[in-house]
Design a protein around this ligand. Structure first.
Ligand code: ING
Length: 309
């Protein structure tokens, strides 16, 4: 490869228990950063909600019942050691966490931090899956729609690490709109953290397909937009809930070039040639030449299905 090579690490996390402290978790994150430094990695992607257990699996009467899982400032005393370790190594990172804003808004947030330890981007999750109210019939809940607001800030791409980097989170990866919104900004690398339970209560028939669907959507998104995609899990059996791992680094061709082989803390590394994107952006997916937005009016004007009469 002769282009702009960016060595990327997907820092997969195994389970985080409900009472694991920020200090204990940050120690795990800095250990993965140390491993990344040993392998000359320049950018590390951490999962969604990487500082705590996936707390939306439990219902609380008062929405503020989980507020101790949120960050009111970033970095904070508990997370500053992560920023300091990254800066010391000269490594950038993305980090997913629960954000509680000073005016009381709750978001499922991911930040992009450069090699100097400066936050260069922030993304708040757009597609919030699951349900809003207590559904005790489930073996575990998926109350993201109770504990996080849908972001109205949309999808952004930042110039960083010698390329064009975008962020998305978990359920976002299942929606083609996510990748195209980033693709129309020229994105060359999309970092996506996820927490995905294997059991899908509304349709358990999907359970054996979780791994297939996980890679399917990210490989499609990569190929159809000529971009690298890094999917990084927090998985394993977390508080009794089996969650998908299979973190993967996917090339603009849609090929998986590296993937996790464990269900624990694991660093998956690949050399991402950002110039590889041009092979697709300048040919098959030359958007300016081939797209027909005047034919796609439904895509941005219609929410649900409207069938013909
Ligand atoms: N998790 C899940 C995801 O989209 C989910 C929600 C679980 C969807 C299982 C389908 C099956 O991967 C988050 N956090 O969005």
């Amino acid at each position: 490869m002769t282009g702009r090579i960016l060595r990327v690490g997907a820092a997969q996390l195994g389970p985080i228990s409900r009472d694991e402290s920020r200090t204990q978790v940050v120690k795990r994150l800095t250990t993965l950063l140390d491993r990344a430094a040993d392998r000359d990695v320049r950018l590390v992607a951490f999962p969604e909600l990487a500082l705590t257990t996936f707390f939306p699996r439990w219902y609380t009467e008062d929405v503020s019942g989980h507020d101790h899982y949120y960050e009111r400032e970033m970095p904070s005393a508990g997370t500053r050691p992560l920023f300091e370790a990254a800066r010391a190594h000269g490594i950038g990172f993305s980090l997913g966490y629960a954000e509680l804003t000073p005016d009381g808004h709750r978001y499922n947030t991911t930040i992009l931090v450069d090699e100097r330890g400066e936050t260069v981007g922030r993304y708040r999750k757009v597609h919030i899956p699951g349900h809003e109210h207590n559904e005790p019939w489930r073996p575990f809940e998926h109350l993201e729609r109770r504990y996080f607001e849908e972001s109205d800030e949309g999808f952004s791409v930042w110039r960083a690490f010698g390329g064009l980097v975008g962020l998305a989170t978990c359920n976002d990866r299942r929606w083609p709109e996510t990748y195209r919104e980033l693709g129309l900004q020229g994105v060359e690398l999309i970092l996506i953290g996820y927490n995905t339970p294997i059991h899908y209560a509304p349709d358990p028939g999907q359970n054996p397909l979780q791994g297939f669907h996980n890679h399917l959507v990210m490989q499609a998104g990569a190929y159809q937009n000529g971009t690298w995609v890094v999917g990084v899990a927090k998985g394993g059996v977390e508080e009794g809930v089996e969650s998908l791992c299979q973190s993967a680094i996917i090339a603009p061709s849609g090929q998986i070039v590296a993937q996790a082989v464990t269900t624990g803390d694991e660093l998956v590394v690949a050399d991402c040639d950002l110039d590889w994107c041009r092979h697709y952006k300048d040919t098959l997916f030359d958007f300016d030449r081939y797209r027909r937005p005047e034919m796609y009016r439904r895509l941005s004007n219609q929410k649900g299905v409207i069938e013909p009469n």
